[in-house]
Design a protein around this ligand. Structure first.
Ligand SMILES: C[S@@+](CC[C@H](N)C(=O)[O-])C[C@H]1O[C@@H](n2cnc3c(N)ncnc32)[C@H](O)[C@@H]1O
Length: 370
């Protein structure tokens, strides 16, 4: 992708988003006292909002995956999400956009880009995409469709997007659709669809699933469809099963070029059921003064970015794949002292011995002891 600068760490646009734009918007919109609203974000604010961050963090970890209450109905949880969980989730999108720059490169020739952000929350995925697009030599015009069952958080998302786009000099139109994702009106053609941390909260009813995915896939152009989910076994295996049914029912091809990642093959996912599951973790800190302060209040510095994901290519823009039958994706950490790891193959995850392999790396089987 032709960018002004390759993103090697967190770019200045990121810092503007997480340390200036979000805190000022949250303070302006969610301070309990009107007199506080236009004052800079202070230590008192950090203490005030960290109460809700702590409560939301407990709710996420304690209640999931059995019961996910409608947390965005409450103003305190919307503000908590934007200040802390939005950067946490955005770091995952940023990581994936960097890993699969080739998928995003298909957006490059477009003068106008249509994005669909399903389960958008405060537009986390779209905001992160703006960081990427802002670094292009020519800035395309954007239309972003936000879909979420919660109208309040989408309104926040729209406000953040408009402010960020103005700051970046990007021309943007936002449409909000308060709806379940499977009932939302889909644009005729979609250049990129993102579903961020949605499926672990929401399942379409069985009868609606196939027609919805079929329709979404048919309308997908250019950068295809990206699903990002938590790294937990249940969400990862749900994604693995969805991948298999996509390949069987809608894609109907065993060509690896139908998937940008993480899979190198389009055979059956070996980790969609069973003890192990497909997820990735990268050592990384999350940049931002405020994020650091909230992490300290939570008593947990984030040192890893973790997620499960699936990036489907659109039916018109195949993924670029290395044509080498000897390469495999490593899908486990080191298993024992014998330096063995699991590698992904259709239907099975095979154990091999490899001195340098680690989760998420691509290795060659040439010279490997089995
Ligand atoms: C964990 S948040 C993720 C927000 C954002 N995508 C991110 O990654 O930060 C999940 C979002 O999905 C929304 N949601 C839950 N069930 C939904 C459904 N059936 N259809 C559409 N959105 C839904 C919630 O309201 C919430 O905004």
């Amino acid at each position: 992708m032709k960018t002004k600068k390759r993103i090697s760490s967190y770019p200045p646009e990121w810092l503007h988003l997480v340390d200036t734009l979000i805190p000022s918007y949250v303070k302006e919109t969610y301070s309990p006292k009107p007199a506080w609203r236009l004052k800079p974000f202070s230590e008192v604010d950090t203490s005030f909002f960290s109460q809700s961050i702590l409560a939301l963090s407990a709710l996420f970890t304690e209640d999931r995956p059995h019961k996910v209450p409608a947390y965005f109905q409450h103003a305190r949880y919307r503000s908590a999400y934007m200040l802390y969980f939005l950067p946490l989730s955005a770091a995952k999108f940023l990581n994936l956009f960097r890993l699969h720059e080739a998928a995003l490169a298909s957006l490059l020739p477009l003068k106008h880009i249509t994005i669909l952000d399903l389960g958008s929350g405060p537009a986390t995925a779209s905001l992160t995409l703006l960081i990427f697009l802002a670094r292009l030599d020519h800035k395309p015009e954007l239309t972003i469709h936000l879909v979420d069952t919660n109208a309040h958080i989408m309104r926040d998302g729209e406000a953040l997007l408009n402010r960020f786009a103005e700051h970046l000099g990007i021309k943007l139109t936002v449409h909000r659709h308060a709806s379940t994702f499977w009932e939302a009106p889909l644009p005729e053609k979609i250049d990129f669809t993102i579903l961020g941390n949605l499926l672990n909260e929401a399942d379409a009813p069985r009868a609606k699933q196939a027609p919805f995915w079929q329709d979404l896939y048919k309308r997908s152009q250019h950068a295809g469809i990206l699903f990002v989910e938590p790294a937990a076994r249940s969400s990862s295996q749900k994604l693995g099963s969805l991948r298999d049914s996509f390949l069987e029912t809608h894609i109907k091809s065993d060509n690896p070029a139908t998937i940008w990642g993480p899979c190198l093959h389009a055979g059956k996912c070996p980790l969609a059921t069973g003890r192990d599951w497909c997820h990735f973790s990268f050592p990384s800190h999350i940049d931002g003064k405020l994020f650091k302060k909230f992490s300290q209040k939570l008593g947990s510095e984030r040192t890893w970015v973790k997620y499960s994901y699936l990036w489907l290519a659109s039916p018109h823009t195949p993924a670029l794949k290395i044509n080498n039958p000897d390469i495999r994706l490593v899908v486990s950490d080191r298993l024992t002292d014998d330096q063995s790891v699991l590698i992904c193959e259709p239907k099975t995850a095979r154990k091999i011995i490899h001195a340098t392999a680690r989760r998420g790396t691509v290795i060659s089987l040439k010279g490997v002891i089995e």
